[in-house]
Design a protein around this ligand. Structure first.
Ligand code: M1P
Length: 248
């Protein structure tokens, strides 16, 4: 009997790295030297490619991980080559897109926070990223917002308002990080990347993620029947679970 073809598919923030930080060099080496010989490596993040590459030691991470899926897999790299990308713009059309952008900008203009910075909506290939504090905040401001949001639910409140205001616009909302939330058409969550793995002959796809609860951006893929879900609490926990999985 030939050995099972196994894939380990990792979320980034909270799973391979601390939120928006770079991967710990010892953990990176562990993955590349101990895990890569045993399985195929994949990464699926909510962030765009630029951010994922920064966190995983540069653009050549597309050669160190076999499959790389930024923006939930709306952009796809296989063995170091881009093989496809989705466009939210084409899919939704300008009118609907502007409806949501304009309403969100108006809503955010009225939100009062301890501090507010710039870049409140980031337009990506396959999604919008909405950030009440503004993406240009410092690390310290980012950490403070996360605490403030835990107490005052700024992001969840805005998501509830958007859902109520636009029940039929066909958009889903997911909180994947510390300061923002992602907005994308229904079904364009992280399970989107699985369609690019369906014909690749894997016997098992092990998914590792931290935001697996409802509303978190790992929820759908963690519960998808096509994956074996591993809930982790930190990069250290991911390492522990890999050691257990492969009996190292
Ligand atoms: O990878 C998880 C999330 O990382 C970032 O979140 P934040 O800036 O809020 O910490 C964003 O890139 C977000 O899109 C992504 O889902």
């Amino acid at each position: 009997m030939s050995p099972k073809k196994i894939m380990c598919l990792f979320d980034v923030d909270g799973t391979l790295t601390k939120a928006r930080q770079t991967i710990d060099p010892a953990f990176d080496e562990f993955i590349q030297t101990k895990i890569k010989p045993l399985c195929t490596l994949g990464v699926v993040g909510g962030s765009d490619f630029k951010k994922i590459a920064e966190q995983l030691n540069g653009d050549d991470m597309i050669f160190r991980f076999d499959y790389v899926f930024p923006e939930n897999g709306l952009v796809q790299f296989k063995f170091g080559k881009e093989v496809g990308r989705q466009s939210i713009q084409k899919f939704m059309g300008e009118e609907k897109l502007q409806t949501i952008i304009n309403f969100s900008l108006g809503y955010l203009a009225k939100v009062v926070l301890p501090v507010k910075r710039g870049t409140f909506i980031e337009f990506r290939s396959g999604m919008l990223n909405i950030c009440p504090i503004g993406r240009s905040c410092s690390q310290e401001e980012r950490d403070s917002f996360e605490k403030y949001d835990k107490e005052f639910q700024v992001r969840q409140t805005m998501i509830d308002v958007l859902k109520k205001k636009f029940p039929d616009i066909g958009l889903s909302y997911a909180i994947g990080g510390q300061i923002s939330f992602d907005v994308f058409p229904h079904g364009w969550d992280k399970t989107y990347c699985l369609r690019h793995l369906e014909n690749e002959g894997f016997d098992e796809i092990h998914f590792f993620g931290d935001k697996t609860d409802e509303g978190g951006n790992d929820h759908e893929i963690f519960n998808d029947p096509r994956t074996i879900g591993h809930k982790v609490t930190s990069p250290e926990d991911t390492r522990k679970q890999l050691v257990q999985l492969f009996d190292l």
